[in-house]
Design a protein around this ligand. Structure first.
Ligand SMILES: *Cc1c(COP(=O)(O)O)cnc(C)c1O
Length: 376
């Protein structure tokens, strides 16, 4: 049997041709013609006020909190069951992440848990479209408006997903996307911030380039204006090489998502009667981007034994994502029991756009007997 990897980025000839064009242009660095074109295309796709291409989603989250003027001592509520980039961003600006537990069925943040955590120091929340499934934005938006606190959407995994017909990434005033190699659209590393407010986006763009703006643009001006560094910025620019790759990938989102959705449908069909696991739940009002396919194992199943057997047979598997509050870096004294339970029982099985129906059959053919052997 040939190995079935957990993930596989769909990058090919069209992306290579786009990179060749950048090489020929002589401008491979950031904020050049490709970056600008990408930002225009993202703004259009998301119906946004503006979009800023950045080096990764972690940078987008950090810049969002800087632009929102989050201060040391502030509290920001973050969804707990996720790659813990939101909590990292909160710490990067010296504020306190407060971890909100999640819904047991979807793994997305529980709006009631968020509401219960709001206190005098709360300035906002970062919610996550968990492994590609949008959170409960109707409820979360209402909470954010009622309390006058900001709402940031971490849509790192959710490119192509929808909530009540609207695109993930544009479900809150600020959306942060990832184009890391494990996500639905990729340039290896990459990210973007999608904003309804163009003034905030301009601030983000400036902070992403050492606070002085585009070097490419400055070279086009006749004369010799010397820009001044008026604030401390970062170098969070996306290269024009990555931007060119992403412009191709954006055009392929529908095609790639159709292929991942077909894999999800095949898993759901083949595993529907499997008593030792629970399948992912997608509420009727939203669609999943299937960045990861996670099943929840019965408490009687030894997950490590299942993963070991899958990997020994060449089938990629993983724990899924993290209970953020349990990560030592945050020293949290909170408990999020639902998130901790999903962290202990979820199993990620191969999910990407290059999987064939035969490979999906192969995964299920190994998984089912492995579950039986690993059940106490
Ligand atoms: C992958 C991921 C990130 C980080 O994205 P990078 O582009 O690698 O910085 C942030 N948030 C979530 C929810 C993620 O899954």
């Amino acid at each position: 049997m040939t190995p079935v990897p957990l993930v596989h980025a769909s990058l090919g000839e069209k992306e290579l041709a786009a990179v060749a064009e950048v090489f020929a242009s002589g401008w491979p660095a950031g904020q050049g013609p490709q970056g600008k074109a990408l930002e225009a295309e993202l703004t259009k796709r998301y119906g946004a006020g503006d979009a800023v291409a950045v080096s990764n989603c972690g940078a987008a989250l950090h810049l969002a909190l800087l632009a929102l003027k989050v201060q040391p001592g502030d509290e920001v509520i973050v969804a707990d069951y996720t790659f813990p980039a939101p909590a990292h961003a909160v710490r990067q600006v010296g504020a306190e992440p407060v971890f909100a537990d999640v819904r047991p069925d979807t793994g997305t943040v529980d709006p009631q848990a968020v509401a219960a955590l709001i206190g005098p120091r709360t300035v906002g929340m970062i919610v996550v479209d968990t492994v590609g499934l949008p959170a409960d934005y109707a409820e979360l938006t209402a909470i954010s408006e009622r309390h006058g606190i900001f709402l940031v959407e971490d849509a790192a995994c959710a490119v192509g997903a929808t909530y009540r017909g609207r695109e993930a990434g544009a479900l809150a005033p600020i959306g942060c996307l990832s184009f890391h190699g494990r996500k639905g659209a990729s340039s290896g590393e990459g990210g973007a911030l999608i904003a309804t407010d163009p003034v905030l986006a301009a601030d983000v763009r400036k902070r992403s380039s050492f606070g002085i703006g585009s070097i490419f643009d400055q070279a086009q001006i006749v004369g010799l204006p010397i820009p001044e560094f008026t604030e401390i910025g970062y170098n969070y620019k996306l290269s024009d090489i990555a931007a060119a790759i992403l412009r191709v990938q954006l055009g392929r989102i529908g095609e790639l998502l159709d292929r991942r959705s077909a894999v999800a449908a095949q898993y759901a069909h083949l595993l529907a009667d499997e008593e030792l696991l629970t399948l992912p739940v997608v509420p009727d009002d939203r669609t999943h981007a299937w960045q990861t396919y996670m099943v929840t194992l019965d408490p009687a199943v030894d997950r490590a034994a299942v993963a070991t057997e899958l990997r020994a047979r060449g089938i990629g598997s993983g724990h899924g994502t993290w209970a953020s509050h349990l990560q030592p870096a945050f020293g949290a004294r909170q408990s999020c029991p639902v998130s901790a339970d999903l962290f202990a029982r979820n199993l990620a099985i191969p999910m990407h756009a290059e999987l064939s129906p035969d490979q999906v059959d192969q995964v299920v053919g190994v998984l089912r007997p492995a579950l039986r052997r690993a059940a106490a």
